[in-house]
Design a protein. Sequence first.
Length: 510
Amino acid sequence: MTRTLQPAQSNEAVKRPGRWLALSVLVLAVLLVAVDATVLGLATPYISEDLAPSGTQLLWIGDVYSFVIAGLLVSMGSLGDRIGRKRILLIGATAFGAISVLNAYATTPELMIVARALLGVAGATLMPATLALIRNLFHDPRERSLAVGIWGAAASAGAAVGPVVGGFLLEHFWWGSVFLINLPVMAVLVVVGVKLLPESRNPNPGPWDLLSVALSLVGMVGVVYAVKEAAAHGFAWATLAAGLLGAAALHGFVRRQLTMPVPLLDMRLFRNRGFSGAVLADLLTILGLSGLVFFLSQYLQLVQGRGPFEAGLAELPAAIGAVVAGLLAGRAARRFSVRAVVSGGLAAVGLALAALTVVGQNTGYPLLGAVLLVVGVGAGFSFTVTADVILSGVPGEQAGAASAVSETAYELGAALGIAVLGSIVTGVYRDFTGPDGTPAAAHESLGGAVEAASDLPAHTADALLNAARQAFVDGLTLAAGVGAAVLLAAAVASWFLLRGQRLEDGVEHP
């Protein structure tokens, strides 16, 4: 394998001292970025009340973070390969902490959207660097599978832990506190990371092509924006234009990578059926998980009337399931097969989403808790094994770019989960029929309806809330049905795409 800046030829490179402590720093980074993707779910009603965003602005506040991360991950992963993965991780962590302050003190919906986008830029430097550093810390495939399992558990569980953290903070502080919590965590990451993390990079990196960076960003944001708008409002000329622009930019990105001597991303990796299947499964697993967590956070608070912290605790089974499954995933994939574990995980998420098609306003927690647990287990198995397949299938010098592919799938899945499933909920919700005197703001979001009801007479307020909550539940069940169909189809596709795929067993000597 390739040389890196660490002493690659000694036996210590295979069993590097301090590697597990170093892993704890990387897990801290990925946990925080994953938490930030969903922590906003519980804060949505408070942001609606304080900043008064429109329904579209509220969706942008929720998903622009993931959009920007998805658009920049490949570029930042490649930059880490060039300037050093440890360096870009520490720079990104410092920026992430600083920009969190801007998010906490945003005073308008527009400023909040910009602040979330900038946080996405910083987050894009963190995610691929963490997985690439694991690739260079652990050269024993079995140890690396466990390390990736711990990393994957943090990434999957972070999406579910976000509501718990957010709920606790919202019970005691104002909504901006969900961002300020990033500061001490990032400070610990930087101080400890300087001491524990080894530096590694591609020894022959080639130039960092800015045109490729721009094409990747424009392409990802354009395509995902078009999907979001089409799901929420149907096709319009502006939506079509954004989608075509994004598709053209991605086409240009692929063509440029194929002609460059040292590309940002080696597109030939996708010729491998197992690699492509793992990326697809990666994306759809997180689509189901993040979409579920996003709209269930609102359902538990605004439909069932739970407090923020109680709603966060109610979603904890997803985190528990993801952690347990992530730690067992590598062993399960070796005992059975990669395709059995990944397809089974996707099918579990799909069946759990299908169970949500029968929920109503007063559905008991046992069903909701069971659904969340199954989703967590399925996501933990699928996401962890696919990340291991992606990471172990490339040489060490391409670890950052390959990690970025895995992370792009993760963040694109998170963005699409919120955009597509969330937009289905919003589209159905907006058509509800309220009593006379229902203000227009009540049709923008369920949070807007709850706020509007507080200014109406009791009888009118009750009628408005009942109609709005039922419309939200109708949208939720439709979105869950769509998500279930997508995940079950993906389970079948993965069974064929991952045929013959195996995790490595022998010790790798760098």
